[in-house]
Write a protein that binds this ligand. Structure first.
Ligand SMILES: C[S@@+](CC[C@H](N)C(=O)[O-])C[C@H]1O[C@@H](n2cnc3c(N)ncnc32)[C@H](O)[C@@H]1O
Length: 268
């Protein structure tokens, strides 16, 4: 029979849970330190699950728990947690009553730092003041790398095997920033997205166009030039680049020599 161990920093909560769980043989609860999972061995769990708890934690504690979750999960294990996403000032350190809220990009980056990535997420509910409660399903990066080891060339070339779901968050953020007229921030977000996943073709094209509109033509050319190297087999990439270069009236002859010839597209 599978075993479930629940933890809480509050002795009171643990005592109550023990009453509720009387007669349930495979579930135990215990008081924890509130900052780590020190009671548990490396690789000893299939799933780490947290519900309406992260909002009470100062950020460094949440970060520590992510590292600890990574440690106690076995290969192929899952992390599932509820979290509030939105924009709101950080409560002072030690304030565990006010709602701790994370920005999307911050969460993605934090998970990335902790060697997790988002596989899926589901909106639970929205509050009236622009916050949203999300359920997030995350997996350890090493697991995805193993699972995707036979996936095609784009990911191998890009050297990044994380889930497209993380890209989805970057895209949402960039679109919000564009909609709010924060184009420079959108450009930064898209650049981060490409750093994170150099194979994101649509993002490279969109970023190129945005950079041109902003008059940052040299940067646009660099972005699209990189794109054609990451996608040597994608003829469309060259078509788009050729159209783009025609648009800005530039010749790329200087760089043509070391790029592989695309299929079905002539360079002139
Ligand atoms: C709103 S309750 C939710 C309890 C339970 N997860 C549930 O869904 O019913 C939040 C719980 O998080 C616990 N908590 C807050 N900070 C914690 C921390 N740093 N480590 C462990 N538990 C914590 C609190 O003691 C409280 O019991």
């Amino acid at each position: 029979m599978r075993e479930i161990v629940g933890i809480d920093v509050s002795r009171e909560m643990v005592a109550r849970s023990a009453q509720w769980l009387a007669g349930v043989p495979n579930v135990t609860t215990r008081e924890s330190s509130g900052v780590d999972l020190a009671d548990f061995e490396d690789g000893s769990f299939d799933l780490v699950y947290s519900y309406v708890a992260i909002q009470h934690m100062p950020r460094p504690v949440f970060h520590r728990y992510l590292a600890e979750a990574h440690r106690v999960l076995r290969d192929g294990g899952w992390l599932v947690f509820q979290i509030y996403l939105g924009l709101r000032p950080e409560p002072p350190l030690g304030d565990t009553i006010s709602l701790g809220v994370y920005e999307e990009l911050e969460l993605v980056n934090q998970l990335r730092e902790s060697e997790f990535h988002i596989e899926a997420r589901q909106l639970e509910h929205q509050t009236g003041d622009g916050l949203a409660s999300w359920l997030v399903l995350a997996a350890r990066d090493d697991v995805v790398a193993a699972r995707n080891s036979d996936v095609g060339s784009v990911q191998e070339v890009s050297g990044d095997l994380r889930s497209p779901m993380d890209g989805h968050l970057y895209r949402n953020l960039a679109q919000n920033q564009i909609a709010e007229g924060r184009r420079r921030e959108a450009i930064d977000t898209m650049k981060q997205h490409l750093e994170f996943n150099a194979g994101a073709l649509a993002v490279a094209l969109e970023l190129g166009a945005l950079l041109v509109e902003e008059g940052r033509v040299e940067e646009a050319i660099d972005v699209l030039d990189t794109m054609t190297r990451v996608h040597p087999d994608l003829a469309e990439a060259y078509v788009d680049l050729a159209q783009f270069l025609a648009l800005v009236g530039r010749s790329r002859q200087g760089n043509e020599r070391d790029r592989p010839a695309p299929r079905g597209v002539s360079r002139g």
